[in-house]
Each structure stands twice: as structure tokens, then as C-alpha cells.
Write a protein that binds this ligand. Structure first.
Ligand SMILES: *Cc1c(COP(=O)(O)O)cnc(C)c1O
Length: 416
């Protein structure tokens, strides 16, 4: 019996149940993934005990010689992975990373241009209930109503009219490739800094399955736990000219002590992402997403922008008679995990929007292939089209069991 299950059966029990939920369900939330055993091990270490405010070689506390080794490996591997000039691996989350990037590039109250939240932007890209919308003047750009793709001519016209300090690209629900070069040209035309938030697509960029923003952007933020398949957290890359200001914006500007057990796990994940097998993984994410999109289209489901170039798919449920929230809850009940999502020009409200977002990073890690994806597309369509029909749901539950048993998650792992 583990120390945890002996001392705290309530928490140990909930952890055990959560592991079983992950094992027995289809994890299709586009922002989630399953880390390796090596990453898990690195996180659960006594590195959590150490205070190491500052940076390698310049700490506010003693006893950091081994912590410095860990953080230096994390920084160097991340720079190598993306070909970047400078890396900071201390950001606790994607949201704080974005705050730190804004602190570096702009002054409070400055104008920042970013994607409309209903068109795929993130909460930290200017939502009025988020620090971003309170600290800065955000001007949203969006996608075209007919193509659901970013209209670069409209972005240019808006940039010329608003003269932003920063132009931000990188999204949370945009299924298409992003033209970073075109954004950079517009930023240069209006004298703006160019920032990219690659949280969702970092793994695809690392594997060169999506074009890289590194040659163009002043600062690139990323989470480490999405397609990059590392621990929950974030990192920031930048051009050498911003390095000092950025490091100061992270600490002391925004954060205190870094989470070095998580930084150790980030280092392990970056090593994994440098392996040739990670390129195959990232390619398979996209193959799988395309197979799933085709399957859904064959089932008569409408997709925002008509398909996908990356790891995620946005279903437009408008003509199904089921809302995004209803679909999410129904799919939850059969063990298919997704999230409701706004679609561009959504007539409904954020808490019960018309869309559903799904993605393939997590299931691809489990070894699901394109045939599995075709089957999952049919299952999702069955649940949506037979909303409330328990007999159909029961059949889907059986199929989910077969699929998850064919691709076991963490085989042989006993955490507790
Ligand atoms: C997930 C995400 C974030 C925020 O990450 P957290 O770690 O949840 O704070 C920021 N930006 C984008 C584009 C994201 O997709």
C-alpha cells in the first residue's frame, strides 16, 4: 500500500478514480494529452521542496546547484527544439506566460490586436472578465463569415486604423494553418511588435507539421501540456533583444519561486519532443484529425471551415437541434470527453454555444489510428443525432469500451 493511500484514502481514492476515468474514456478535448511515465516520474520528486527564485547562476537562495542543472537543460532543449534565441521555462501556465509577454512588449492601457474570442481567441487575448481585457485595450480581428478563415486584408486594414503596440496570433479553437509571415509583414507595416501564442499547436510546430512563428515573432508563448505533451505549465521563447526584459517580467515582474519539479518534467518532455518518433506522433495527430473530420462530414455533421489542417475540429451543431452544452453532456455520459465551444458568428451564448470542439492529440498518444477515428466520428454523430436515446447510448458505451481496451493507457502503471 502506498503512503498516500494509507494516510489519505479520500484523496488517493479520487486519484485512482480519475486515472480509471482517463483509462476508460475517449479523451477528445483538444487541449489535453497524456504525458509519458518519465515525465510523470520527474514531476513527483523532492524538487518541489526547493526555492529557486532567479535564474541559473543568479539565484536568491543557496543550494541551487542541481536545480540549475535541471533548468539549464530545460532551457537549452527548448531553444534547440524550436531554433529560438532565448527561452524562459518558468511560467506557471499559459495565462501567466501571456501576462509576462504583454508586460514585456506593452505598457498598461496600450492597444493589442488579437483574435475575437468567439472566433477562436483565448480568454487571455482580451476577455473583459480577464486581466488582459482590464489592463489593455484589445481590438479583436476575426474570421470571414463565408470561409471561417482569417481575412488578412481585414487584419491589415484594422492594424492601419488602430496602430496597435502588439499584434497577437495563435488561438485556442482555430482548425486552420496560421500564416505567421503575413502577420509579421502587417506588424512591420504599422510598427507593432508581433507576438505568437502557440499553446495549442506547439507540438505540431516542433515537429515541423505546422510552419514555425520563431523566425517572425518577437515573443512566442506556449503551454507545455497540450500537443507538446509535457507537464501542465508553460514556457516563453523570444529574440535575444527581448531576453533581459522578458526574464524580468517573469520574475520579479509576475512570479516568485519557479516550480522546479515541473521544470524537470518540462526538460524530459522537450527531450522526448527532440526524438524522431515525436515527428511521427505529430504527423499522426494531423492524419487522425483529418480522418475524424472526414468521418463526421460523411455522417452529415457541419464543420467550421469545412475541415481541419491541425489537431482540432470544431463542430457546428446549429442544424442538429442539439446545443454544444447538450452534446458535451451527452457525450460525457458515454465516456467521450469534449468541450462546448463558441463558433464564429454564433447566435448563442458562451455558456451554451452552438459548437463542440474535439481534438486528436491525446488519443494519438494512446496509439489510435485513422480507422479508430472513422469509428469515433460515427459514434459522436450517433450520440448527437439520437440525443436522449439511452438504447443508442448503451451501444456507444460498448464501442468506447472496446476502443479503450484495444489501446490501454499507462499499461502496468500502479500509481498508488
Ligand atoms: C490553453 C491556452 C492558454 C492558457 O493556458 P493555461 O495553462 O490554461 O493558462 C493560452 N493561450 C492559448 C491559445 C491556449 O490555448
Amino acid at each position: 500500500m502506498s503512503h498516500l493511500s494509507e494516510y489519505d484514502p479520500e484523496i488517493a481514492g479520487a486519484i485512482e478514480n480519475e486515472i480509471n476515468r482517463q483509462r476508460n474514456g475517449l479523451e477528445m478535448i483538444a487541449s489535453e494529452n497524456f504525458v509519458s511515465r518519465a515525465v510523470l516520474e520527474a514531476m513527483g520528486t523532492p524538487l518541489t521542496n526547493k526555492y529557486s527564485e532567479g535564474y541559473p547562476g543568479k539565484r536568491y537562495y543557496g543550494g541551487n546547484q542541481w536545480i540549475d542543472v535541471v533548468e539549464n537543460f530545460a532551457r537549452e532543449r527548448l531553444k534547440q527544439l524550436f531554433g529560438a534565441q532565448h527561452a524562459n521555462v518558468q511560467s506557471h501556465s499559459g495565462s501567466t506566460a501571456n501576462m509576462e509577454a504583454y508586460f514585456t512588449l506593452a505598457n498598461l492601457g496600450d492597444t493589442i490586436m488579437a483574435m475575437n474570442l468567439a472566433h477562436g481567441g483565448h480568454l487571455t487575448h482580451g476577455s473583459s472578465v480577464n486581466f488582459s481585457g482590464k489592463f489593455y485595450r484589445f481590438i479583436p480581428y476575426g474570421v470571414r463569415q463565408d470561409t471561417h478563415r482569417i481575412d488578412m486584408d481585414a487584419v491589415r486594414a484594422l492594424a492601419k486604423a488602430e496602430k496597435p503596440k502588439v499584434i497577437l496570433a495563435g488561438y485556442t479553437a482555430y482548425p486552420r494553418e496560421i500564416d505567421f509571415k503575413a502577420f509579421k509583414e502587417i506588424a512591420d507595416e504599422v510598427g507593432a511588435a508581433f507576438m505568437v501564442d502557440m499553446a495549442h499547436i506547439a507540438g505540431l510546430i516542433a515537429a515541423k507539421v505546422h510552419p514555425s512563428p520563431i523566425p517572425y515573432a518577437d515573443i512566442v508563448t506556449t503551454t507545455t501540456h497540450k500537443t507538446l505533451r509535457g507537464p501542465r505549465g508553460a514556457a516563453i521563447l523570444c529574440k535575444a533583444q527581448w531576453a533581459e526584459k522578458l526574464d524580468k517580467a517573469v520574475m520579479p515582474g509576475m512570479q516568485g519561486g519557479p516550480l522546479e519539479h515541473v521544470i524537470a518534467a518540462k526538460a524530459v518532455a522537450f527531450k522526448e519532443a527532440l526524438e524522431p518518433s515525436f515527428v511521427d506522433y505529430a504527423k499522426n495527430i494531423v492524419f487522425n484529425a483529418k480522418a475524424l473530420a472526414t468521418s463526421l462530414i460523411d455522417e452529415g455533421i457541419t464543420l467550421v471551415s469545412g475541415g481541419t489542417d491541425n489537431h482540432l475540429i470544431l463542430l457546428d451543431l446549429t442544424n442538429t437541434g442539439v446545443t454544444g452544452k447538450q452534446a458535451e453532456v451527452a457525450l460525457d455520459s458515454v465516456g467521450i470527453y469534449t468541450n462546448k465551444n463558441m463558433i464564429p458568428y454564433d447566435p448563442r451564448k458562451p455558456f451554451d454555444p452552438s459548437g463542440l470542439r474535439i481534438g486528436t492529440p491525446a488519443l494519438t498518444t494512446r496509439g489510435f489510428d485513422k480507422d479508430d477515428m472513422r469509428e469515433i466520428g460515427v459514434l459522436i454523430a450517433q450520440v448527437v443525432k439520437n440525443y436522449g436515446n439511452e438504447t443508442v447510448y448503451e451501444g456507444v458505451r460498448r464501442k468506447v469500451k472496446e476502443l479503450t481496451e484495444a489501446h490501454p493507457l499507462y499499461p502496468g502503471l500502479t500509481v498508488l
